[in-house]
Ligand binder design. Structure first.
Ligand SMILES: [Zn+2]
Length: 251
């Protein structure tokens, strides 16, 4: 059976002298592994469209649970990402996080939206329009929100109040408490969030993708945001990522 879909290459492995496997995050089928015959030859007509982070149209034949590349057509290469070691490291971490979260997530309704989130993040990363650490917080927190780990940031989980001079975010439970309802007893994963941090978290988890990246943050707010989203990933994903360790070692 022949299938055609749009997707971005998030991993590649050598398979023989001339051939390679690529992991492609596709709009229609989630993450699939495609065998690219002759894909390692410099003369391969598919070399640009099957390179790491290439966004391409893929036509594949499907035999059993294996996919074989028939033809591909590049749409956007993100080539410049591969020239900057820090950006490459961060993009590789995003790809590893995707592989882990999307594979274990079996509804296809969100593939398209998650693919758009990933492509937009890579685009802004390549174009230097945003602080690289802001892109990290946006991608992590929104991805987790999209795969069913969205926290309830609408209001205090007890009295529903939307804003309060003192608000607390329970990172583990994904809940807010206002200063009147919060009981300071089991506060290990609970952080106080000021109004601007809370509004940034609300924006990242809930805003339409078309305006998601229209966000400006001060250095101080960014540091707060990074602390919270780092912890959110650690608690809810509960896994070490080699690519993240590497990114942190060069940051
Ligand atoms: Zn309350």
């Amino acid at each position: 059976m022949l299938l055609t879909t749009m997707g971005v290459v998030i991993g590649e492995r050598t398979y023989s002298e001339n051939d390679k496997f690529i992991d492609v995050f596709t709009k229609d089928y989630g993450i699939i592994e495609i065998t690219v015959k002759g894909g390692r030859k410099l003369t391969s007509k598919n070399s640009a469209s099957t390179a790491l982070f290439a966004y391409s149209k893929f036509c594949v034949s499907n035999r059993g649970d294996r996919y074989y590349l028939n033809s591909s057509e590049i749409q956007y290469s993100f080539y410049n990402l591969r020239l900057d070691i820090k950006k490459l490291a961060l993009a590789s971490y995003f790809a590893e996080l995707l592989k882990y979260t999307v594979l274990s997530y079996d509804s296809d309704e969100s593939y398209e939206i998650i693919l758009k989130l990933f492509l937009n993040t890579l685009y802004y990363l390549e174009k230097n329009t945003h602080n690289i650490m802001l892109l990290k917080s946006i991608f992590e927190f929104r991805l987790l929100s999209e795969i069913g780990l969205i926290p309830n940031l609408i209001g205090c989980s007890i009295c529903n109040v939307y804003s309060h001079p003192k608000m607390y975010f329970d990172i583990q439970a994904g809940k807010l408490y206002c200063g009147d309802c919060f009981l300071n007893n089991d506060g290990y994963n609970i952080v106080a969030v000021n109004e601007s941090t809370l509004s940034a978290l609300r924006h990242i988890s809930l805003a339409d993708l078309n305006i998601l990246f229209n966000i400006k943050v001060s250095d101080r707010l960014l540091a707060e945001l990074n602390k919270i989203t780092d912890k959110y990933v650690i608690i809810h994903i509960n896994r070490k990522f080699k690519t993240l360790d590497y990114f942190e070692s060069i940051s």
